[in-house]
Design a protein around this ligand. Structure first.
Ligand code: ATP
Ligand code: MG
Length: 394
């Protein structure tokens, strides 16, 4: 049972024993009712942060100014947040100040959507002042209160609504959707880091197409840093196996350079490397089919997603199947320079020369020779090839 799940259950019990009110809240309750694995467990409590810290020996002040304390119990972590209301949002993203309150209903009122404004006691009793359960049965994302006001407070909520349309495969309720349609310009108040995280989740959701459709129908895409003009091919590419695949898709579909997309969404170094590789493979594919070098240089996942993207754009071309890609990759004679049976010291032995830049250069030549089958990947064969080439180049 959800409410017996450690460590959240233990945290609730201890807070209650200490005389405080405490409940599971937000996404954890939503995902539990939907029979989905929750990504994180949130607990809301009437106890103020200092009181929470008295109940538990191990805590961290992760967001104490917003009332959040990270409790570590039996090696696991739970965020415990004091019931609060948010003050004014003059900057359209963060409340100027938060006020701790004693009523759970007031706390639930500040939450974005009815399906996220649910709470559950440790005994499994649902607290649902905004009929989130009913919206859940109708597969609806509906703002708590007036959506226009709620999006004015925090514009990220528009992006969250669209992200949930992918992760939950829900529809966006009409008034909530209209508020996105009219409020898009406010997205400029949201940091790209937060937008990026929503995209990561959107890509990995069960219905990204739903989100792309809402994005375009609401025109929210017009206020994003970068967004492709045409996403009709997306259906052929899905599902994405990682958020990185989604970013590579956005780059290629939009005709954006790696640098542009990386800068626009502040992507990481690893994401940059991955996207740039997919773009490279894609360009090679435009020129002709993959060569031995391509199979050698690029990770198999990079080649697969590049091929999926290519096929979605060039439907009348014959696709290179995943099996073929795997076969070609597996049948390479070597997979990296570490696989070569000789190294620099062998070259010194064979030539009687002392080391220098030339050894590295010849190891690269040997790498190519082995890769292309000009010699076998065994010492005698490499030596024979090397002596021959080396002498003829002297
Ligand atoms: P996920 O499954 O991605 O974790 P989530 O709904 O749990 O989605 P969190 O960021 O973990 O999202 O936030 C937990 C809860 O906090 C939400 O369910 C919601 O009640 C509330 N919340 C989060 N972000 C906002 C926001 N921008 N505005 C209002 N309430 C929010
Ligand atoms: Mg969550």
């Amino acid at each position: 049972l959800f409410y017996k799940r450690e460590p959240g259950y233990g945290v609730l019990c201890r807070l209650e024993e200490a005389g405080h009110e405490a409940v599971f809240v937000g996404g954890a309750v939503r995902d539990h009712l939907l029979n989905r694995e929750a990504t994180d467990i949130d607990i809301a409590t009437s106890a103020e942060p200092e009181e929470v810290k008295k109940v538990f020996p191990h805590t961290f002040d992760v967001g104490i100014e917003h009332g959040t304390v990270l409790v570590v119990l039996k090696g696991e972590q739970v965020e415990v947040t004091t019931f609060r209301t948010d003050g004014k949002y003059t900057d359209h993203r963060r409340p100027d100040a938060v006020k701790f309150v004693k009523s759970l209903t007031e706390d639930l009122m500040r939450r974005d959507f009815t399906i996220n404004a649910l709470a559950m006691t440790k005994d499994g009793k649902l607290l649902d002042p905004f009929n989130g359960r009913l919206d859940m049965e109708k597969n609806l994302i509906r703002a708590v209160g007036d959506p226009v006001e709620r999006f004015k407070e925090d514009a990220l909520r528009m992006m969250r609504a669209i992200r949930f349309s992918s992760t939950l495969n829900f529809s966006i309720e009409k008034k909530t959707f209209q508020a996105i349609m009219s409020g898009g310009a406010q997205l400029s108040h949201v940091s790209v880091e937060r937008l990026k995280l929503e995209f990561d989740k959107l890509f990995m959701g069960i219905n990204p197409l739903n989100a792309f459709n809402y994005m375009e129908k609401s025109s929210l895409n017009l206020y994003l840093p970068l967004y492709p003009k045409d996403n009709t091919a997306l259906i052929e590419i899905l599902p994405f196996k990682s958020p990185k695949e989604g970013w590579a898709y956005l780059a290629i579909a939009g005709g954006f350079s790696t640098t542009n997309i990386v800068n626009a969404y502040k992507l990481s170094k690893q994401e940059r490397k991955y996207i740039s590789s997919v773009q490279d493979v894609y360009v090679r594919r435009l020129q002709n089919a993959y060569t031995i070098d391509d199979y050698y240089l690029f990770d198999i996942d990079v080649i697969k997603i590049a091929e999926r993207i290519y096929n979605s754009f060039y439907k009348d071309e014959i696709a290179i199947s995943e099996e073929t890609i795997e076969m070609n990759k597996n049948s390479l004679r070597i997979h990296s320079i570490a696989d070569i049976s000789v190294d620099g010291t062998d070259l010194l032995d064979w030539t009687g020369l002392s080391g220098g830049r030339w050894t590295g250069e010849w190891i690269s030549k040997i790498e190519k020779a082995v890769l292309y089958g000009d010699c076998q990947n065994e010492i005698s064969s490499i030596k024979e090839w090397f002596i021959n080439e080396f002498n003829s180049k002297r």
